[in-house]
Design a protein around this ligand. Structure first.
Ligand code: ATP
Length: 465
């Protein structure tokens, strides 16, 4: 069920606690652009690390890549982006609000096929105009539908001279993988099946950026492309679907908030396409696409570049254009799903609290260390020692000596810190039996236990492994 109240709470917490800020805010902002703050960048990098580990380090036949963002303009012709990377747009004649027609139709249960011509989509839109009101002013008076290209243009070199051709910011990050297919084969000598993984930025001139990090104009995609023998797609595709599902569970996302959705309308070259959807505050929506793309991408680049991109089987010397199984996940969307999934309000000690139940693996801060009283130098000194010791386990160990202990705990709960450690007089030996022990407080239960410093270090280590 849609819970937009939850969305407001997440957006507010994200800003208040340094996760995500609106881009260029002091200048009034810039639609569809966000900045990741000090805690957000830690969470984002942790998600990336977990993704990289699962897709590069834990696989013997996968290679990492970081390709240049700007590419020869021919690339976007070969990929079909200059001609076909568009969304259908109409404008409210009363208030000039632009709508994305396929999404507005989808909301009333009507599917607009990506392959439709401009005339066809106008016909479909005309049949439903009466049901569609402008989200801003409520009018039912929209312009004709136009196909609006999403590529963002730029210039390189001497852009004052005539005839200088524009270059494009990447509409999707994965093109770099196709362009370096031959380089990877030549330099790494991989045997098919092998894959390439990349996290890269993409830019889309989205008609209506919305839902916080869900639809932005600058985004980051984590992609894998598995190169396989022609027609050996079926089992490998099922395997990938299983692995991607398991990956979300490994992030701590609740299984009931995930589902698979198969595409009804496939592009002509595709064999199959599924999305993994997450139950966002407004309902289930796409987080990642898993695509069975045949040999389309490499064939196109072979045709447009004139370079032979066929793979030679080292044993049989057979030459063929590999087929591709692709996964493409939006980082911003996973980040938002992680926040929405972790957000909880509960009661602890008779008080309502907000907490993020983040998996310790991705939490921006792993533990917070605190002296019981900040005006007792002996407690502060010992607490600093403990922190230095725990930093050997992980560098993201915070310090907080402000306000009472309860307030310190609440602040950490709100940013998802799994453990809080308090140093008191018993730690110093006031009670000799407890010397060199500390209080470890657990975020989710609020429970506390007395442990030695090395036991605490072991707890933190095992929670993030
Ligand atoms: P949509 O239908 O929502 O526009 P798409 O099908 O065009 O998405 P793809 O081109 O398959 O998306 O991109 C792969 C992934 O990149 C998506 O699953 C999504 O997670 C992410 N993504 C795409 N567009 C955006 C955007 N504007 N903002 C944030 N993430 C995006």
């Amino acid at each position: 069920m849609a819970d937009m109240n939850l969305m407001e709470k997440i957006v507010s917490l994200a800003k208040r606690r340094g996760f995500v800020f609106p881009g260029s805010e002091i200048y009034g902002g810039l639609a569809g652009i966000y900045d990741f703050g000090p805690r957000g960048v830690e969470l984002l990098n942790n998600i990336k690390r977990v993704w990289w580990a699962a897709n590069v380090y834990e696989r013997d036949n996968f290679y990492g890549l970081d390709s240049g963002m700007f590419k020869n303009p021919r690339v976007w012709e070969a990929s079909g982006h200059t001609s076909g990377f568009s969304d259908p747009m109409a404008e409210c004649k009363k208030c000039n609000t632009r709508i994305r027609v396929d999404k507005v139709l989808e909301a009333i249960g009507v599917t607009a096929d990506e392959k439709m011509s401009e005339d066809e989509i106008n016909e479909l839109f005309d049949a439903h105009r009466a049901e569609i009101a402008c989200s801003k002013c409520g009018a039912h008076d929209f312009s004709r539908v136009h196909k609006f290209n999403l590529l963002v243009k730029s210039n390189l070199g001497d852009f004052t001279s005539e005839g200088n051709e524009p270059v494009y910011l990447p509409g999707e990050a994965c093109q770099g993988i196709y362009l370096d297919f031959k380089n990877i084969v030549d330099s790494m000598q991989p045997k098919i099946p092998f894959g390439v993984a990349q996290i890269g930025k993409a830019f889309r001139n989205e008609i209506s950026p919305r839902n916080f990090l869900f639809r932005t104009r600058e985004l980051e995609q984590a992609d894998t492309q598995l190169f396989i023998k022609p027609n050996e797609n079926k089992d490998a595709y099922e395997q990938i679907k299983k692995e991607r599902w398991a990956w979300y569970l490994s992030l701590g996302i609740k299984e009931e908030n995930l589902r698979f959705k198969q595409h009804e309308n496939l592009v002509f070259y595709a064999k199959d396409a599924w999305d993994i959807e997450y139950n966002f505050p407004w309902g289930f929506d796409e987080i990642e696409g898993i695509h069975d793309r045949t040999d389309y991408d490499l064939s196109q680049h072979m045709k447009f570049s004139g370079v032979d991109l066929r793979y030679t089987d080292p044993e049989t010397t057979e030459k063929y254009i590999p087929w591709i199984l692709e996964t493409s996940m939006g980082m911003g969307r996973v980040f938002l799903a992680v926040l929405a999934d972790a957000y909880h309000e509960d009661e602890l000690g008779g008080e309502t609290r907000v907490l993020l139940r983040l998996s310790p693996k991705i939490a921006p801060v792993k533990a917070m260390v605190s002296p019981l009283l900040k005006n007792k130098p002996e407690l502060v000194e010992k607490a600093r020692e403990v922190r230095a010791e725990l930093k050997k386990v992980h560098p993201a160990i915070a310090w907080d000596d402000n306000g009472n202990i309860g307030k310190r705990y609440r602040r950490q709960d709100e940013i998802g810190t799994p453990f809080c450690i308090t140093i008191d007089f018993d730690t110093l030996g006031e009670n000799p039996d407890l010397k060199d022990t500390v209080t470890l407080r657990h975020r989710d239960s609020g429970e506390q236990e007395r442990l030695t410093i090395s036991q605490v270090a072991a707890r933190i280590r095992s929670s993030i492994e």
